[in-house]
Ligand binder design. Sequence first.
Ligand SMILES: *Cc1c(COP(=O)(O)O)cnc(C)c1O
Length: 365
Amino acid sequence: MSRPVPNPGILDIAPYTPGKSPVAEPGRKVFKLSANETPFGPSPKAIEAYKQAAAHLEDYPEGTSRVLREAIGRAYGLDPNRIICGAGSDEILNLLAHAYLSRGDEAISTTHGFLVYPIATMANGASNVVAPETDFTADVDAILERVTAKTKLVWLANPNNPTGTYLPFDEVKRLRAGLPPQVLLVLDAAYSDYVSRNDYELGLELVATTENTVMTHTFSKIHGLAALRIGWMFGPAHIVDAVNRIRGPFNVSSPAMLAAVAAIEDTAHVRMSKAFTEQWRNWITEEVTKLGLKVTPSVANFVLIHFPQQKSKTAADADAFLTKRGLVLRALGNYGLPHALRMTIGTEEANRLVVDGLRDFMAGQ
Ligand SMILES: *Cc1c(COP(=O)(O)O)cnc(C)c1O
C-alpha cells in the first residue's frame, strides 16, 4: 500500500519537546521557570497597542512590517531596508535554512546549541554537523575544523540557550574570518538584551561590513511578547532580498507588529527587567553554588544547574522534587544534558523558593 512520504531528512528529526506546561497540584502556586519567559510580562504600552489593534482585525497587516522595521532601525541605528520581521525568530531561522540549504549540504551547530537549528537544517534535507563545545561554550576552532566543501551555514546563538554562555566579539570575528566567504554565519542574539559585558556585541558591525553574516533577534524574551510570535533579522541586502522572496506576504500580524513597536520604545521597561535579571541571576548562582551544585556562569535570563550522578541526587530527582512544590524547571535530556536543569530567572518569590527547594533536596528532606 502506498501513501504520501515526507521529504528525505524529515523523519530523522526528533520531535521538539517544549518546556513543560505546569500542572497545578491542589494548594500549590505554580511557577513556570522552564521556557525563559520574562516574569514581568510586556510593557503596559505594548498591551495597550495590542488592544487597540483589536479594532481592525478584518484588515490584512501591512506586508513588510514597515512600522516595526522603522522602530527597530531607530532603536539600533540600522537601515530598515536591511531588516525582515517574522513570526518569531523561529520563522526567520527556518526561512534562512530554506533559502540556503538543500540536500547534500552541511550546516554546523554546537553540541548544546538551540534545538531549532538541527530541525531547520534537516527539514531542508541538509546534514547537521555538531561541533563540540569547551566548558559549555562554543569553540571557534572546533567549528572551523568541521568546515568542508559542503558547509553552507553556521548557526551560533550568542549567548547560547540552554547553556547561558557567550563568545566575546573578538572570537565571533575570528570565526567569521576563518569561514569561507560562501558560508552564511547566522548570529542568534535572542538573549543579547541581558548581557552586560564589555567584550560582547550583537554582531551588527559584522553584518554591516560583510556579505555573509546575518543577525536574528526576538521579542519573545526581554520584551515579553512570546505569545504574539514576533522576531526579526538584520542582513546584507542580497540575503534580505532572497529571504523576502520566500517569506509569506503577511507573515506578521498587525497586533504583533504594533505591540512590538511599543515594546521596543519602552526602554525603561527593558532596563528594569535587565537590572532585575542580573541581580537575581548573580544571587541564584551564588546560593546554588553554596549548596554544592555547579552552575555554569550565565549572561542570559536563565542558569544551567548541574547535578551529581548519584542515587536520589540526580537532575531527574531534583526535577521531580521541585515540580511537587510547583517549581517547574527545564529538563535537558533532548539537549544532551541529562544531568542538568535549566532555570529561568523568575520573580523574587520564585527564585527564593527554588533555592529553598534545592537546599531541602540536597539535605535529603
Ligand atoms: C527563545 C529563543 C529564540 C526566540 O524564538 P522566537 O521564535 O522568536 O520566540 C531564538 N533563539 C534562541 C536561542 C532562543 O532561546
